[in-house]
Design a protein around this ligand. Structure first.
Ligand code: GLN
Length: 461
C-alpha cells in the first residue's frame, strides 16, 4: 500500500486500526526483517492521533501512517542496537531528528529493522541477530545494510521505512527486494541521533513502494537542523529541471554485469529512447578506482567513529576484569562482528603514520578526481544512469567467506556516496528477481533525479 492509500484508510476507519493491522503484519514477519516491535508506544501514539483527528485538529501530513526505522536510529519505546551485541541493551536517551520530524507529522514508528551490524555490509548477514532473507526468495539475501527496512516495505508491513546509506545501503537492498530506495544529497537530512558509520558519506533516506512516497517522506525529514552542522537548505524545496539528456555509464554495463541485470537496464533505456530522450553512453574510466577509494576512506572514518564503544561510555561490559585494557578488549571482542573489527583494523592502518600518505591521502585525492569527473559529466547530461548493483540478490552465504566478493556488490553505489550526489534505485521490469535502475544527479538536484525516477517507474509498469 502507498502512503496515500494508508491515509485514506486512516480517515475512513482510524489510526489505531491501521497501526494494529500493521503490527499484526509485523508479527508475521517471515523474512526476519524486524528486530523489535514498538507495540505499546505505537498504540498510544495512534490513540493520540485519533483524538486529534476526531477533534478536527491538524494531525500532520502523515497522520496515522505506520513506518519502520532501521535499528541505527535512536528511538523511544525500543532498544537501539545497530544490530551489534555491543549495543544489545542500549536504550536511547533521546530520539533522532528524523524520527522526531516524522512523529511531528503524525507518522507512527511500529518497529526497528535489522541491518548489518553498524551498517557494515551489503547483505544484512553481518547482523549479530541473524540475517534478513529476501521476500522474493527466502534462500537469498535482502541486500544491506538496510535489508530489514527494504524487506519490511517489500512485505508490505508498512508503506515506508527509514534507512541509512553510506556506500549503497539504501539503494542495494531496494534493488534486491524490488522497492524504491533514495539516497538524498549529502546533508539533506539531519543525522542527529543516528549511529554514525562514516561521517563524510552517511545519509538518511526512505525506502518506499513509489517515487511519490519517497518525496512525501523527504518533505517531512529534509532540511536544515542546527544539531547537525552538515545539513543544507532543503533540496526538495527546489523545483525540478526537465531531463532531456541521459548519460548511461559505460563501465556499468560492461563484462562484470550479470546478463539478467543488463537486459532489464537495456530494455528500460530502449523505452526512454523511443519516448524521445537523448540517451548516450558516457565513459568515466576513473570509476574503476571508486571502490578502492571507498574501502580506504570509509574504514578510516569507521575506526574513528567506533572508538567510542569501549564498554565505559557505551557498550555492554561482558568480563569481570577491572583492568582498563582488558575491559576494552573484552568488550570489543564480544560486541563487534568480524566485519566491524576488520574495518577498525583497516581504518587504523590507513591512518597510521607512514601509511597515511600512501593510502588515506592518496584516496582523498582520487576522491576529488572522481568528483570532478562526475561533475563534468553532469554538465553535459542531466542525469547519469546504470544498474544499482551488478547482480540480482545473491544466495545467503554466497559471499560471506570472501569480504572482497561482498565489497564488489558496492561498485556502482559508492561513487554517489563519495561525491555526495543524490541517487535513487527504482525497480524496473525483470524476468525473475527484482532489478534496480540507478539514477544519479548533481549535488542538490534531488527533485530532478526524483522527477526522472517517476518517468522510469512509469516506463516499467
Ligand atoms: N555495503 C557497503 C559497505 O559495506 C555500504 C554500507 C552502507 O552504506 N552502510 O560499506
Amino acid at each position: 500500500m502507498t502512503i496515500n492509500e494508508v491515509k485514506a484508510i486512516v480517515s475512513s476507519s482510524s489510526a489505531l486500526e491501521v497501526v494494529k493491522a500493521a503490527i499484526e503484519r509485523a508479527k508475521a514477519d517471515r523474512a526476519h526483517a524486524l528486530l523489535e516491535l514498538m507495540e505499546e508506544r505505537a498504540l498510544i501514539r495512534a490513540g493520540e492521533i485519533d483524538e486529534k483527528l476526531n477533534n478536527g485538529i491538524d494531525a500532520g501530513s502523515l497522520a496515522g501512517v505506520p513506518f519502520i526505522a532501521k535499528d541505527n536510529f535512536l528511538t523511544f519505546g525500543s532498544h537501539t542496537t545497530a544490530a551489534a551485541k555491543i549495543l544489545e541493551n542500549f536504550e536511547a536517551p533521546f530520539q533522532s531528528e528524523a524520527i522526531e520530524r516524522l512523529e511531528a507529522a503524525g507518522a507512527i514508528c511500529i518497529a526497528k529493522a535489522n541491518l548489518d551490524a553498524f551498517a557494515h555490509g551489503g547483505s544484512t548477514e553481518n547482523s549479530a541477530f541473524g540475517p534478513t532473507t529476501n521476500p522474493h526468495d527466502s534462500t537469498r539475501v535482502a541486500g544491506g545494510s538496510s535489508g530489514g527496512s527494504a524487506a519490511a516495505v517489500a512485505l508490505d508491513i508498512v508503506p515506508f521505512a527509514l534507512g541509512t546509506d553510506t556506500g549503497g545501503s539504501i539503494r542495494e537492498p531496494a534493488s534486491f527486494t524490488g522497492v524504491v530506495g533514495l539516497k538524498p544529497t549529502y546533508g539533506a537530512v539531519s543525522r542527529y541521533g543516528v549511529v554514525a558509520m562514516a561521517s563524510s558519506t552517511d545519509v538518511i533516506g526512505p525506502l518506499t513502494h513509489t517515487v511519490e512516497d519517497a518525496k512525501l517522506v523527504m518533505d517531512v525529514i529534509a532540511g536544515k537542523d542546527t544539531k547537525d552542522s552538515t545539513t543544507i537548505e532543503n533540496p526538495y524545496d527546489v523545483s525540478a529541471t526537465e531531463v532531456k539528456k541521459v548519460g548511461v555509464i559505460k563501465e556499468w554495463l560492461s563484462d562484470g554485469v550479470a546478463d539478467d541485470v543488463k537486459s532489464s537496464i537495456l530494455r528500460t533505456l530502449d523505452t526512454l529512447k523511443s519516448d524521445g530522450y537523448e540517451v548516450d553512453e558516457v565513459s568515466l574510466p576513473i570509476l574503476q578506482y571508486a571502490l578502492a577509494v571507498y574501502y580506504i576512506i570509509v574504514p578510516a572514518e569507521v575506526a574513528s567513529n567506533l572508538a567510542r564503544y569501549d564498554g565505559i561510555r557505551y557498550g555492554v561490559r561482558p568480563g569481570t576484569t577491572t583492568n582498563l585494557a582488558s575491559v576494552y578488549s573484552e568488550t570489543r571482542n564480544h560486541g563487534f562482528m568480524p566485519e566491524n573489527k576488520r574495518r577498525i583494523l583497516i581504518g587504523n592502518y590507513v591512518l597510521s603514520s607512514g601509511y597515511y600518505d600512501a593510502y588515506f591521502r592518496q584516496a582523498a585525492k582520487v576522491r576529488t578526481l572522481l568528483t570532478n569527473a562526475m561533475n563534468e559529466a553532469l554538465e553535459t547530461y542531466d542525469v547519469l544512469v546504470g544498474p544499482t548493483v551488478p547482480t540480482v540478490a545473491f544466495k545467503l552465504g554466497e559471499n560471506t567467506r570472501d569480504p572482497l566478493s561482498m565489497y564488489l556488490a558496492d561498485q556502482m553505489t559508492v561513487s554517489a556516496s563519495l561525491t555526495g550526489m543524490p541517487a535513487v534505485s527504482v525497480p524496473v521490469e525483470s524476468d525473475g528477481l527484482p532489478v534496480g535502475f540507478q539514477i544519479i544527479g548533481a549535488r542538490g538536484s534531488d527533485t530532478t533525479v526524483m522527477a526522472f525516477a517517476s518517468v522510469i517507474e512509469g516506463a516499467s509498469v
